[in-house]
Design a binder for this molecule. Sequence first.
Ligand SMILES: NC(=O)c1ccc[n+]([C@@H]2O[C@H](COP(=O)([O-])OP(=O)(O)OC[C@H]3O[C@@H](n4cnc5c(N)ncnc54)[C@H](OP(=O)(O)O)[C@@H]3O)[C@@H](O)[C@H]2O)c1
Length: 176
Amino acid sequence: MYVSLYTAASLDMKIADTSHTVEYLDWVKTPEGEDYGYHEFYQNIDGLIMGRKTYDISFELGGGQWPYTGNKPCFVFTRSDTIQHVDENNVSIVNSLDEFIKMGLNDRFWLLGGGELVRAFLNRDLIDRMIIHLFPVVLGDGIPLFPDGTVSKKFMLSEEKKFENGILELRYEREI
Ligand SMILES: NC(=O)c1ccc[n+]([C@@H]2O[C@H](COP(=O)([O-])OP(=O)(O)OC[C@H]3O[C@@H](n4cnc5c(N)ncnc54)[C@H](OP(=O)(O)O)[C@@H]3O)[C@@H](O)[C@H]2O)c1
């Protein structure tokens, strides 16, 4: 299994505001035709992994529709046994990281987040690569990408790209 965290974040490493909205992503104007490498990245992953809160928000952002194309398998982490919207989109529910590891999957996954699930993966040393689009905004209070309780871990900066609107793409690989 190869896990890539691919996410946007503010300068203070928040992924959403306290209301769980990502309006800050619209504070910066995206040049015509720019997708920040999303298409290429998405082509090269086999499946998605996300926490239940990110799953709920994904539907909201997609206007009630599943926003991810290609019918790629999606694993949604939840400790609860009630979850909305399941099934039609190749979604599987996972109750723990141990359960997921036991599946023995050998795919390339996009870990979408949110922070709680990032913490769980990082604490088990399961993140191979991080691609972070750093937005030139400070959010203040908000949902952290790396919440309290995340372990310390060193990564290696492998690539950086500066976009003309001030967004910085930072790619980090795990140190072996
Ligand atoms: N900027 C971006 O690119 C970006 C990307 C992704 C998400 N976001 C934002 O991030 C926010 C959500 O992040 P979040 O940190 O609050 O929540 P999250 O990680 O998306 O979801 C947390 C939930 O996932 C489940 N969970 C987490 N760890 C688990 C584990 N080890 N085993 C089983 N279940 C586990 C639990 O679900 P239950 O409560 O159901 O048990 C937990 O409440 C949203 O506002 C979203 O918009 C932003």
